[in-house]
Design a protein around this ligand. Structure first.
Ligand SMILES: O=C(O)c1ccccc1NCC(=O)[C@H](O)[C@H](O)COP(=O)(O)O
Length: 212
């Protein structure tokens, strides 16, 4: 396992799970968002999660999901973490954490300095923070857009909870992103795909190796 913990998000096939595990990633992300090319049904996610080896943490990504939707996911899919990737308030994050007894990672979109205060607000209620690029106005997806933000905004900043860097990372830029931000965990989706929603085993291995 690399020193930098890697999350590969948006897995859709058993081959994806195998590639992520053999590359030495720490987390596998399953997307529950029907507009996404990475969306999984409960049955698909269950098969993938059951195939994940011990040591590969299974993360369910949802967007402004209500309790009924989360209940269904948590009941069907063996999980290690919930990732909230919508406009969930700090109070909602706390409520989800209490309801399911699972660690919760809250995604926060960053485009400029003004977005950094939210990181502090969520770091006191979430178990982890995902610092992602803010989606462009009108984007169909709140994440997984392959867009980076100015990593220098994070230089020297620390929070009380573990955090992950995301947004436009690739094997070619992840080492520089880690160097500039001090991130110990990174998350990628588009950067290890050959087409939207299609993961590439070679790119996954290259990414984990490059993350260090
Ligand atoms: O990946 C998706 O399709 C997605 C859909 C809805 C909300 C979030 C989504 N992805 C979030 C992730 O965790 C991505 O890994 C993260 O945004 C980085 O994506 P990328 O810039 O494509 O590497």
């Amino acid at each position: 396992m690399a020193d930098i913990r890697v999350k590969i998000c948006g897995l859709r096939t058993l081959a994806d799970v195998a590639a992520v595990a053999s590359a030495g990633a720490a987390y596998a992300g399953f997307v529950f968002f029907p507009k996404s090319p990475r969306h999984l049904t409960l049955a698909q996610a269950q098969v993938l999660a059951l195939a994940a080896p011990i040591g590969l943490a299974k993360v369910a990504l949802t967007v402004d999901a209500d309790d009924a939707a989360l209940d269904a996911i948590v009941e069907a899919v063996p999980l290690d973490m919930l990732q909230l990737h919508g406009h969930e308030s700090p109070e909602r994050v706390a409520a989800v954490r209490a309801r399911y007894g699972l660690p919760v990672m809250k995604a926060v979109g960053v485009a400029d300095e003004g977005d950094l205060a939210a990181l502090l607000d969520y770091s006191v209620v979430a178990d982890q923070i995902l610092v992602d690029a803010k989606p462009p106005k009108g984007a169909a997806l709140p994440g997984g857009n392959g867009l980076a933000f100015d990593w220098r905004l994070l230089a020297g900043r620390r929070w009380i909870r573990p955090w992950m860097l995301a947004g436009g990372l690739t094997a070619a830029n992840v080492a520089e992103a880690v160097r500039l931000t001090g991130a110990r965990q990174v998350d990628v989706s588009s950067g290890v795909e050959s087409a939207p929603g299609v993961k590439d085993a070679g790119r996954i291995a290259d990414f984990v190796r490059a993350a260090g």
